[in-house]
Design a protein around this ligand. Structure first.
Ligand code: SF4
Length: 343
């Protein structure tokens, strides 16, 4: 059986062709699918006969909400969603003045092994399909009664470890026939998979690229990000320059500040030196204390670090606290759920 959300417009046209229907049925179906309907029988423009023939081969995937946490300020909502195979994933919605931004997962778990991340503790279970990524957005929209206007691929999983499904998802949600989310409102965040960055640069898209850098040199980075042994900082920055060259887009570097590890002024100076000739932005993220191994720096140090970068011409912001009262770090809610069911 096929989950209809897994098919893009061209694939839906083929699907209808196979059951003897004209290609325009695909567009009709998409219009209904993206309203977030529950069942094929709700599609009033199709005859009962056609609906039955679709049901013989396909279904509408739906992720059920297992748990929902709301931050005290009510601006961050974290969902634990159950997939068809009973795996669970997380997605987070953040309410800003300009609308709702959703952080979408791309894999069940992750195999990248970043030391500060709860998503990777049990490794990677499997890739998510493009439809399962779309369904995360529809589940949130149904629950909130609001449209999601921005999407960041920053939930569990490394997007470039699931490249084809991620790109299919991006194109589907960007389509004016789909969710119509602008490319510049979509951000793909990677731990630094160089071939993925290079490939994305050549896709002819205008999406935002965010790279988790977290260190000013390979020695420090390799201690918390095993992937650095494969793709070192020099290669990542080279790939990011290529991304800017091809797309004219500024690259965002994420930098998790960890007390006594990568938060000294010397580290900030080194980071500024690395990035000085790049069209980029640095997003400083005081680390989430996942397992007591990492401690966030003092407020004073965070501001000092930011100032050091800014004084050297590097556009820098400190990420504001988002729902720190609701297991908001990547993978924490899923992890506490898995613990509760003894997995
Ligand atoms: S930070 Fe991202 S890439 Fe690293 S382990 Fe977590 S989910 Fe994977």
């Amino acid at each position: 059986m096929i989950d209809l959300y897994d098919l893009n417009e061209k694939e839906l046209e083929k699907f209808f062709e196979k059951i003897g229907e004209p290609a325009y049925r695909a567009r009709q179906l998409i219009n209904w699918l993206y309203k977030g309907i529950n069942d094929i029988s709700e599609i009033t423009v199709f005859s009962n006969d056609l609906k039955n023939r679709i049901k013989e081969k396909a279904y509408i995937g739906r992720l059920s909400i297992v748990k929902k946490q709301l931050s005290k300020d009510r601006n961050t909502i974290k969902y634990l969603l159950k997939l068809k195979d009973k795996n669970v994933i997380e997605t987070v919605v953040i309410k800003y003045r300009f609308g709702y931004t959703q952080c979408v997962s791309t894999q069940v778990g992750c195999r990248m092994g970043c030391a500060f991340c709860a998503s990777t503790i049990n490794g990677m279970e499997r890739n998510l399909s493009s439809g399962e990524m779309i369904e995360q957005i529809l589940a949130a929209q149904r629950d909130l009664g609001h449209k999601i206007s921005r999407v960041v691929l920053m939930g569990s999983g490394e997007p470039f470890d699931n490249y084809d499904e991620v790109l299919k998802f991006v194109r589907c949600i960007n389509s004016d026939n789909g969710l119509n989310i602008g490319q510049r409102h979509i951000t793909i965040s990677t731990c630094g998979i160089v071939p993925g960055i290079m490939k994305l640069a050549d896709e002819g898209l205008q999406v935002n690229l965010a790279v988790s850098l977290h260190a000013p040199d390979d020695e420090i980075r390799s201690q918390i990000m095993p992937i650095n042994k494969k793709y070192g900082i020099a290669d990542i920055l080279q790939a990011c320059k290529y991304y800017t060259l091809r797309t004219n887009r500024r690259v965002t570097f994420e930098y998790a500040l960890i007390r006594g590890f990568n938060d000294s002024i010397h580290h900030a100076v080194e980071l500024a030196r690395l990035l000085r000739d790049m069209l980029c932005h640095v997003n400083l993220i005081p680390v989430n204390e996942v397992n007591n191994q990492f401690v966030r720096p003092s407020e004073e140090r965070i501001q000092e670090f930011a100032k050091t970068l800014q004084n050297r011409g590097i556009s820098t912001t400190v990420r504001r606290e988002l729902g720190s009262d609701i297991d908001a770090a990547c993978g924490q809610l899923r992890r506490s759920y898995m613990n509760s069911i003894g997995k």
